[in-house]
Design a protein around this ligand. Structure first.
Ligand code: AMP
Ligand code: ZN
Ligand code: FE
Ligand code: FE
Length: 292
């Protein structure tokens, strides 16, 4: 049986394994296909590709882009785009900029709440990622001994609506789907009805987004209960959207999201890859070749 996991994170964003260790873990787990999908950047691609080349694991290079749709935050998985496309590059730069400027604001909130956290603590939690985020603030709080784990940090301080939460810029969803298409990639909405199930992503909106080039939706995800999965699967069928399944693995940073805990049907994967090839042929843009 071919096992395909299309959504994972490494230390290049907010996972806890190096890209190499992520690929090795995928191999140990018996995965045949692994997508690396860092938040808002292609960081990690080169190292993961290098590791995958020797492993027998087929690597799909992707990213998880922070977007907004009718006021709701929506995570958009983009597979196989050319990250050097100027519009995509610009969109990602704006998001990363928003991530950077929000961190000091959240630190200030935390300090007002009695934490000793500093910007250095957060940077030390992950010195290299361009996509600094709440998980790194959480890790710094753990190191300081102020919370036990990421979950506690989110519950008490960092989740939307909690006292240290500060919003940040996200790119408009519909235009980002168009940019990904013009960069030769395909778009899949991550956990569409997950944690903060956005009311704006009903079947009618998804139909409009499909018209605008959306290729698929992530159906099998830990944040979806069985009924949610069946409803999303039916919508995918109605709208001819690709239905994917994935772990959203973050190493030790997210419990209950082990590699391969959800997988994508090989036929659905093939459709996705065919759509990416078509987008690439139309745009003349392709994922940069893996240089070894
Ligand atoms: P940010 O990128 O700063 O918006 O943080 C979002 C990331 O934090 C998500 O991609 C998840 O990996 C993680 N996250 C979000 N909510 C929680 C939570 N309640 N507990 C643990 N991790 C979370
Ligand atoms: Zn994450
Ligand atoms: Fe996400
Ligand atoms: Fe994710």
């Amino acid at each position: 049986m071919v096992r395909i996991d299309l959504h994972t994170h490494s230390l290049a964003s907010d996972g806890t394994q190096t890209p190499t260790d992520l690929v090795l873990a995928a191999k140990a787990e018996g995965l045949d296909v692994l997508a690396i999908t860092e938040h808002d950047s292609a960081d990690g691609w080169a190292e993961a590709a290098e590791a995958a080349a020797d492993s027998g694991v087929e690597l799909v290079r992707g990213m998880e882009i922070s977007t907004r749709h009718q006021g709701d935050g929506v995570h958009l998985l983009a597979y196989l785009p050319d990250p050097t496309h100027p519009d995509l590059h610009e969109a990602l730069a704006a998001i990363l900029d928003g991530r950077g400027s929000r961190v000091p604001a959240m630190i200030e909130r935390l300090r007002e709440l009695g934490s000793a956290i500093t910007l250095d603590d957060v940077r030390r939690a992950n010195p290299t990622t361009p996509a600094i985020g709440r998980p790194h603030l959480a890790d710094a709080l753990v190191t300081l001994g102020e919370v036990a784990d990421r979950d506690e940090a989110f519950e008490r301080f960092l989740a939307a609506g909690r006292p240290a939460y500060v919003d940040r810029y996200a790119a408009p969803l519909a235009s980002t789907i168009d940019i990904v298409d013009r960069a030769g990639g395909v778009s899949v909405i991550a956990h569409p009805w997950g944690r903060n199930a956005p009311a704006s992503l009903d079947e009618e909106s998804l139909a409009a987004l499909a018209e605008g080039g959306l290729a698929g939706i992530e159906v099998d995800h830990e944040d979806h209960d069985p009924e949610t999965r069946e409803r999303l699967r039916a919508i995918a069928r109605n709208l001819a959207l690709v239905a994917t399944g994935s772990s959203d693995h973050h190493g030790a940073g997210k419990t209950g999201h082990q590699l391969g805990c959800n997988t994508t049907d090989p036929d659905e994967y093939e459709r996705l890859i065919d759509l990416a090839a078509a987008a690439s042929a139309r745009s003349g843009r392709s994922t940069p070749p893996v240089v070894r």
